[in-house]
Design a binder for this molecule. Structure first.
Ligand code: G3P
Ligand code: MG
Length: 257
């Protein structure tokens, strides 16, 4: 089994960029994370109808843009005409939907790390998404600054068929840790398990850590409630508002433990 890259995973990862303070999944949200010293971000990637990979969470446009309808019906030309910032605040008016290419260029220029989530919508192909995303990801960022994750196991298996564990760290996303977690990790030669922090138990956390996997939790925004999870061995919290953990998260000298 090839070794995993030596990832200096930070305690705090900005969820969809600094999404508590900027429109989620935008270039501005990633710059905002960088500006507060948060150098890893979680981002969602999907395909437009014309096959262009873009950084976007929802299957539809309504919540986070001035448009309507399904992302899967949109072309890049149409996407360029959307305002994806003013829904969040006037200060963000004119923000444009980020393509994967735009975003990777920014992440590379800032030496940032990314947990890129393959967001596979209903009736969409996870393998097509992986086929499009993985080569671009690998040619832009070093393995030490990548975790590719998904709830969609078919997408992850396809990604794994394209690059081994030394080149492509893979994280399994799961709402709760079921009994089959370890066989799923082994089959994928996974680097990490990413789970809903409110459903994690101390016992499952210990199992995952004892088996040698990194353990990440989404999406805690209450550092006091989350405090016991650090004691359980959680490596990183994927938070909308990492700054709210200041002084409460474990100190940086524990980052690579
Ligand atoms: O990757 C962690 C988290 O982002 C998964 O849920 O819906 O926020 O993409 P969601
Ligand atoms: Mg996500």
């Amino acid at each position: 089994m090839p070794p995993h890259p030596n990832i200096a995973l930070p305690r705090l990862i900005a969820h969809r960029g600094l999404s508590a303070h900027a429109p989620e999944n935008t270039l501005t949200a990633v710059r905002a994370a960088f500006d507060i010293g948060c150098h890893w971000v979680e981002l969602d990637v999907q395909l437009l109808g014309d096959g262009t990979p873009v950084i976007w969470h929802d299957p539809t446009l309504k919540r986070c843009s001035d448009g309507h309808g399904r992302l899967s019906r949109l072309s890049m030309d149409e996407a360029r005409g959307l305002d994806v910032g003013s829904w969040f605040g006037d200060a963000f008016r004119g923000e444009r939907m980020a393509t994967l290419a735009d975003m990777l260029e920014l992440l590379a220029s800032l030496d940032m790390g990314v947990n890129l989530e393959l967001k596979v919508g209903r009736n969409r192909s996870g393998t097509e998404l992986a086929d499009t995303v993985v080569p671009r990801l690998l040619e832009t960022l070093p393995p030490e600054r990548i975790i590719l994750s998904s709830f969609d196991l078919a997408a992850l298996h396809h990604a794994r068929s394209m690059a081994d564990a030394s080149r492509l760290p893979i994280g399994i996303l799961t709402e709760s840790i079921t009994q089959t977690w370890q066989s799923r990790c082994k089959a994928l030669d996974a680097f990490s398990v990413h789970t809903d922090w409110t459903r994690l138990t101390a016992r499952r956390a210990r199992e995952i850590k004892d088996a040698g996997y990194r353990l990440l939790c989404y999406t805690p925004n209450d550092p006091t409630a989350f405090a016991r999870h650090w004691r359980w061995g959680v490596d990183s919290a994927i938070s909308d508002d990492p700054a709210c953990f200041a002084g409460i998260a474990p100190p940086p000298d524990l980052v690579d433990s």
